[in-house]
Write a protein that binds this ligand. Structure first.
Ligand code: SAH
Length: 489
């Protein structure tokens, strides 16, 4: 039983951290009473100040590390506590990987109701990154003003809208700094005002930078508050001339967003210099080998300012290759790829399958998927716009669609890669009716993954393989790929 403690706000406590919460907070106990302490690491003994006292637990703020954990390392970014984007940056990368492996496993046990032996039998070691920094191909910097009225680019301090100036996030590319500094110098010189959320005045809201890791191509998109056709920015030619001189600059565009909203990008995009999009390619790797060597196929994708594309291309290659390996394709199979985005996984699958059908709710993403199929000369992938739960059940309930329809009503494999909330219950129900031999579930949230796996396993499937892939070093997030198979097959 937990004894209620009479802590007051600002009380100081000394506590040893024995566990970590799902959001990366350290958990320690004072006389059996749990305390949650952000930025404290398992193994630390810390001095902390109570900030919020609840009935059965309290939140405290890390004041001083009295005895550091053996897993504690010097954080690379001096803003890491204020920013909150990298919850685990002060923890060694090896220990971060253990944290993520445990998080996935615990969710399978607690939420999925799988037994420890069931999970231990099938869970493979997490796939870590070779270099856990500078891995992001996309950065979105808000633009604001400091107290002296100078334009700044940075990030929002955790859960606020106060911008802390920092043009060199260590998760992003080194070139981002030069690009942002160029834009800020231009703003100072020509008195171009940043957007002010409160008044709705000012011009530049955000700067989006995307880089093709394989191609090297760079795209910059400035998100603007006004719309003055043809001449979007004061002294536009000067800014374009400076940006175009940056090595590998390929595309400069503006996006118009005059709404009072937290949504960053506006719907309207105008290219001002260079191409409308950049390209990138990803290759299939052999995930059964320790060196995860490349095995042939290389697929090329076109990325425009609005298109969805995984942000860590090196790890994405491993994630998709794992999904492909788990799908167990020989060239004869029929496959559904639900929540397919711009068709990246679908096209990987199509290189080894007879027929792939992708489903995605955003029409523009499906346009991109079709274009990506053409670009890679893939002719055995078909794409449908709509909600996975609706498209799949319409398809299943319409047996009059000819031979191809009949085959796809009972595919060999279904792959899903849903957003954090997981699959819709109706979608899971139709998947079960389709009785595929194998289901490959790619997930960015192991809690909803575990919930959905329980439903599928109760519907006649069993866990065959589980492997986490770290896409976001420094953060608490983990991607997971799971293979389940029809029982007795
Ligand atoms: N597999 C893709 C995209 C995964 S992200 C990739 O790896 O790139 C999840 C995708 O699901 C997003 O593109 C989102 O637009 C889409 N989505 C969200 N809800 C959906 C639904 N109900 N039906 C179909 N797609 C959906």
């Amino acid at each position: 039983m937990v004894i209620a403690m009479n802590f007051n706000k600002n009380d100081t406590v000394i506590v040893t951290i024995e566990d970590m919460g799902a959001d990366g907070e350290g958990i320690g106990k004072v006389e059996g009473f749990p305390l949650f302490i952000k930025d404290a690491i398992i193994g630390d003994t810390v001095e902390a100040k109570i900030v919020k006292n609840k009935k059965n637990y309290a939140y405290a703020r890390l004041e001083k590390v009295l005895s550091p954990s053996p897993f504690r390392v010097q954080p690379v970014c001096r803003f890491h506590r204020q920013c909150g984007g990298c919850q685990l940056q002060a923890m060694s990368y090896e220990r971060q990987l253990i944290f993520k492996q445990d998080k996935v496993k615990n969710n399978l046990l607690r939420i999925g109701g799988f037994s420890e032996s069931e999970v231990d039998c099938v869970m493979e070691p997490i796939v870590g990154m070779e270099e856990p920094f500078r891995y992001r191909n996309k950065a979105q910097y808000p633009i604001g003003e400091d107290k002296g009225g100078n334009p700044v680019a940075g990030f929002y301090a955790g859960r606020t809208h106060t911008i802390i100036a920092n043009t060199d996030c260590v998760l992003g590319r080194e070139e981002n700094k030069e690009i942002l500094d160029t834009i800020l110098a231009y703003m100072r010189e020509f008195h171009v005002r940043p957007y002010d959320e409160k008044s709705g005045e000012g011009l530049i809201r955000h700067v989006l930078i995307r880089t093709g890791f394989d191609s090297g191509e760079i795209m910059v998109c400035l998100v603007l508050n006004y719309r003055e056709k043809g001449n979007y920015l004061p002294h536009q030619e000067e800014l374009l001339s400076r940006l175009s001189q940056i090595k590998n600059m390929t595309s400069v565009s503006v996006s118009i967003n005059t709404e009072k909203t937290n949504v960053i990008m506006g719907k309207e995009i105008h290219t001002l210099w260079g191409k409308d999009s950049i390209s990138d390619s990803i290759r299939v790797r052999d995930m059964t080998k320790a060196d995860m060597a490349f095995i042939g196929e290389k697929l090329e994708f076109s990325i425009s300012p609005l298109s969805f594309y995984q942000v860590n291309p090196r790890q994405t290659e491993k994630l998709y290759s794992l999904a492909l390996q788990y799908a167990g394709l020989t060239g004869q199979e029929t496959v559904w790829d639900l929540y397919c985005g711009i068709g990246t996984i679908s096209l990987f699958l199509a290189t080894r399958a007879k027929q792939v059908c992708g489903v995605e709710v955003i029409p523009q993403a499906i346009e991109d998927a079709k274009e990506n199929a053409r670009r890679n000369h893939i002719t055995n992938a078909e794409f449908f716009v709509g909600k996975a739960e609706e498209v799949l059940s319409d398809f299943y309930n319409n047996p009059n669609g000819g031979d191809e329809n009949a085959v796809m009503r009972h595919p060999d494999v279904i792959v899903v890669d849903p957003p954090r909330k997981g699959c819709d219950a109706a979608c899971l129900a139709t998947m079960l009716k389709m009785t595929p031999d194998r289901i490959v579930y790619v997930s960015c949230d192991s809690a909803t993954l575990a919930r959905d796996l329980r439903i599928l396993c109760d519907g006649g499937y069993e866990l065959r393989k589980v492997r986490a892939v770290d896409q976001f070093g420094g953060t608490v997030h983990a991607e997971t790929v799971v293979l389940i198979q029809k029982k007795n097959s």
